[in-house]
Design a protein around this ligand. Structure first.
Ligand code: V1P
Ligand code: CA
Ligand code: ZN
Length: 393
């Protein structure tokens, strides 16, 4: 009765685990795993579960996590107990082991379970793709792009994306990684710095001294020594505050279009961090649900196997809207779903407005000033076109 049906011969799988969602980073921490519950409840309220294969994801094993992370780091992560950090040390704890226990990456109850469930969902998604049981696999609990081989960073402890891409590389010659989180996807970029089998592309707010993590300049394209096959395979799209849907989609389509043509990937991994939306607690952009979703639509239209990951997103009601709309794009019912949130949606009052597509005025009151002159965006596209001359499939 939702009117949502399953298209024949086209499979979408949805991977989540409610045990992941109950974890807490701490009262004042912006990362709220509960946003996954809110997203899922809106997706289910629209009846989209009937158009997908739904899986409770399992926890990744130690060996699976060790496909990327060092065993020293994993052993420590598996044994540390949460200890309260004294308030005055919160922001300047001098020697955090593996960067664990500070304000960004606190130790909390069940941390290891939280991390292995996030990675388990991403790996399950990757395996549905490689076994050809899914055309698009969704893991909104993944997308934790800052984690390094032996270091936690920016709310990320285990890099589920790297682990999932390593799985894809067992079956596919080339994987394109795209990251629309407002932050630079530094962990994924670094992990694949020395291979030409993965091209990484991150769109992000760039301000080296005032915005985390401070990396991802236009001309940071991977270590450029002659013997590095991965040189030129890192693409960075540094942006300023207030970019709009129209500009972002122009950039995305033009850059990703050229990359697909040149690099000829065999699969796409898209990190859909929702902190690039207008009104995000940490973000700076003016993107709306429609513009963010247009990136997913573009990737789907490329027609290659596709994994959708979550990522950042610190205003839960907008995260839920974006990931719901993007799930609808994945299953192909975006033109049939009601722009009015279903009456029976749990926590409906959390959404403030009853629409899936709030206007900038509804989200912000006053929109954030756009500091992205058209001329600068053209220079970015030009630089990347030149960079792609060094890339061959
Ligand atoms: O800015 C920093 C660090 C802390 N300073 C010493 C520099 N950290 C940021 C981290 C943002 C992480 C984003 C993760 C993701 O890309 C992927 C999941 O979205 C930070 C910020 C901020 N405004 O950038 N940490 C916090 N805010 C924070 C605030 C309150 C409590 C704990 C952390
Ligand atoms: Ca990004
Ligand atoms: Zn982010």
């Amino acid at each position: 009765e939702s009117g949502i049906t399953r298209p024949k011969g086209y499979n979408v799988s949805f991977h989540c685990n409610p045990d992941m969602e109950k974890h807490h980073f701490g009262m004042t921490h912006p990362m709220k795993p509960w946003r996954l519950t809110l997203s899922k409840s809106l997706i289910y309220s629209y009846g989209m579960s009937f158009a997908m294969d739904n899986y409770i994801s399992r926890a990744a094993t130690y060996e699976e996590l060790a496909s990327f992370h060092s065993t020293d780091y994993l052993d420590f992560l598996g044994t540390v107990l949460p200890e309260p950090v004294p308030r005055d040390l919160e922001n300047q704890n001098p020697d955090l082991k593996f960067n664990l226990g500070g304000s960004d990456c606190p130790l909390f109850d069940g941390l290891y379970d939280y991390c292995s469930l996030s990675a388990g969902g991403a790996l399950d998604a990757a395996r549905k793709i490689t076994s050809k049981q899914s055309d698009i696999a969704i893991a909104w609990g993944g997308g934790l792009h800052h984690a390094k081989k032996a270091e936690a960073s920016g709310f990320c402890y285990i890099n589920d994306i790297v682990i999932a891409i390593l799985e894809l590389l067992r079956f596919y010659p080339r994987v394109l990684y795209i990251d629309i989180d407002v932050h630079h996807g530094d962990g994924v970029e670094e992990a694949f710095f020395s291979t030409d089998r993965v091209m990484t592309v991150s769109f992000h707010k760039y301000d080296p001294h005032n915005f985390f993590p401070g990396t991802g300049a236009l001309d940071d394209n991977g270590p450029k020594n002659e013997h590095n096959p991965g040189a030129h395979h890192a693409v960075n799209v540094p942006l300023n505050d207030g970019i709009t849907d129209e500009q972002y989609d122009m950039l995305f389509n033009s850059i990703i279009g050229k990359i697909v043509e040149k690099f000829r990937p065999s699969a796409i991994a898209l990190q859909c961090g929702a902190d690039s939306l207008a009104g995000d607690r940490l973000g700076r952009f003016n993107l709306q649900v429609q513009g963010h979703g247009a990136c997913v639509e573009f990737c789907k239209k490329v027609g290659l196997p596709l994994i959708l990951f979550g990522g950042g997103g610190y205003t839960p009601r907008n995260v839920a809207r974006a990931w719901t709309y993007e799930t609808s794009i994945a299953v192909g019912c975006q033109d049939n779903i009601s722009p009015v949130l279903p009456q029976h949606t749990p926590w409906r009052e959390q959404f403030r407005q009853d629409t899936l597509f709030p206007t900038l005025e509804q989200i912000l009151g006053e929109p954030r000033q756009n500091r992205n002159p058209q001329k600068r965006l053209q220079e970015i596209v030009q630089h990347i076109s030149e960079q792609l001359r060094f890339v061959q499939a």
